[in-house]
Design a protein around this ligand. Sequence first.
Ligand code: NAP
Length: 476
Amino acid sequence: MLSSKMYIDGEWTDALSGATLTTVDPSTGEPLGTAPAAGEEDVDRAVMAARTAFKSWAMQPQKNRSDALLKISAAIRERAGELAELESREHGTPYNDAFGAVMGAAAKFEWSAYAAYRVMGEQIPVDFTTISYMQRHAAGVVGFIIPWNLPTIMAAVKLAPAIAVGNTAVIKPASINSLIGLKMAEIIHDTGALPPGVVNFVTGPGGTAGSAIAKHPEVDIIGFTGSSETGKTLLRDAADTVKKCIMELGGNNPVLVLPDADVDKALDILAWRQFNNSGQHCSGPGRYYIHERIYDEFVQKFKARAEAVKMGDSKDKTVEMGPVVSAEHQRHVLDYIKGAVGEGARIVTGGEAVSPGFFIQPTVVADVKHEMKIAREEVFGPVAVLIKYTDDDDLIALANDSRYGLCSHIWTRDLGAGMKLVENLQVGAAFINTQMLMDEQSWGTSVKESGIGKEGGLRGMLEFTDQKLVCIKYAD
Ligand code: NAP
């Protein structure tokens, strides 16, 4: 069994209560290791360490902070194998995918180190006797609460821009991926690049440790990624101290496959997005609306793609799809499949659990109706949900009939038709004949119950700054 401590104020520590939590290898269902289960008092220690560290970290010349981030980036690259192996053991990501995610995390630190030099204030031309400007400065202590679906990259995309511009942070990984978070803490600590307290990792249940971060009066900003339900709880918890909240929440992303779409090209991307990371991607396909003219071809070809996926223990480097993350999530996904069959949908392939571990066969469910539960909610698993539409259906209305507004995938050879959809869809991102291509400079944004604020790129970095209007009269 592995075991790790939390990282508070530059030191390794247990929870003051001594409580621990156990994480599991989802490929075997066997316990993997233990981590501290933080209570409110541990969160308080971490937040106060971050508050103390903020004073001098925010005042450092940008070069010092950027150099520190470059050291962290280099260390993550150097130890990528270690982190990727743990991600594949504790999260179930196939090793090669996990390695790619870790390299992506390193890139976030590197990019943030350089991008922070571009964060500046703005001068306002009031008149010729006054200097008036908006000073931009670090906001303070940022509390991050992250989900399990992409553990390393999620931590990096939040931490790197925040500390680059002078904030300090307390970060709580998802409980079931606590050890991955603490491995990242170890890599950061071993660089010696950051003064104590700049970054603190606490592990523990969302309802206690996460909630304590959201409520703590010394936390200035909450950066959260997770479900819309937890996001709403956090917004309520943060309201008493009027914290700024950056929320990346759930989705049920419509995929619109028009009659002229290139089905093979579409499936090259969509089937990969559906089964990569066992479908546990916020920006992946949620529900597919396929035109009746190509529906049967699409279903048959999706079936072939699903049956070709090599599923297995994520530590095996030849595996393409591992398990879902936990027994609970496995039950949740299987319930959607069972429910859909009960409502009249048809399983084309897959649909079964595979043990040991928390596997679900790559699954294609066809003849789904827009009103069925599996099409209305976020399944977040290796399950393609296929709906046939006809020329008479209003595709835009169907796609927009959702409480979510994260992103949309469009497949058509008619760019005019594609752009009409882009104009009318209520989403934060739309992809025509491709998938989400996140350059370091792009940022994520959502509408409706999928989120508030921006994450990534320079715009996301600015979320971690405040502005102050300064006016100086220097002549009459
Ligand atoms: P989740 O259940 O909402 O948990 C997310 C985090 O919140 C975890 O660290 C969790 O801790 C913590 N938490 C739970 N209850 C809390 C509370 N009352 N107060 C404070 N924190 C609390 O989400 P998940 O199941 O881990 O992740 C999957 C969800 O994330 C999906 O809905 C997916 O769409 C969404 N997501 C969105 C994006 C995006 O960019 N919009 C990206 C990735 C994922 P515990 O682990 O201890 O429960």
